[in-house]
Unconditional design. Structure first.
Length: 147
């Protein structure tokens, strides 16, 4: 079942461009298919899924390809969200999200684009996570180039 994105207020938050069913499902630790409606409110998302309804902050979601790249103000929102949660880094699921995107890349060019995006936000990730993502990237690049 496809999620129905609806807008409940205007204007929409600048980070809303990064909201996808996939990233929301990963954050909530549910399957994408369980989400049936997502309401975009000014400062939060209201996610309706099988057996749950949750508010999700736009600032909990990682940047993605296909929309305008993160810019200065976006980093301010993410940093403020991390501070409010008393965390120094982006949510842990961001690392898993990007590792999965590296695995799903169908070309070296697509992998490069995801890698470049991670390079833009790497200062928000723990150093060990960045190293882990570098290893995944190198492995996927090798596979794409040789098979």
């Amino acid at each position: 079942m496809l999620a129905n994105f609806s807008r409940k207020s205007t204007p929409v938050h600048p980070l809303s461009r990064f909201a996808t069913k996939e990233s929301i499902a990963r954050l909530l630790k549910i399957k994408v298919e369980q989400i049936y409606r997502i309401e975009r409110w000014r400062h939060i998302l209201y996610v309706h899924a099988q057996g749950m309804s949750r508010f999700v902050s736009y600032a909990d979601l990682p940047p993605i390809l296909g929309v305008e790249s993160p810019k200065g103000l976006d980093f301010g929102y993410w940093k403020r969200r991390m501070a409010s949660k008393k965390e120094r880094n982006a949510p842990d699921f961001w690392v898993d999200f990007y590792a999965q995107k590296f695995h799903q890349a169908v070309s070296v060019a697509e992998l490069f684009d995801w890698g470049r995006l991670v390079g833009v936000i790497k200062f928000m990730l723990p150093k060990i996570a960045v190293e882990s993502l570098r290893n995944v990237y190198a492995q996927e690049k090798y596979l794409l180039e040789h098979f």
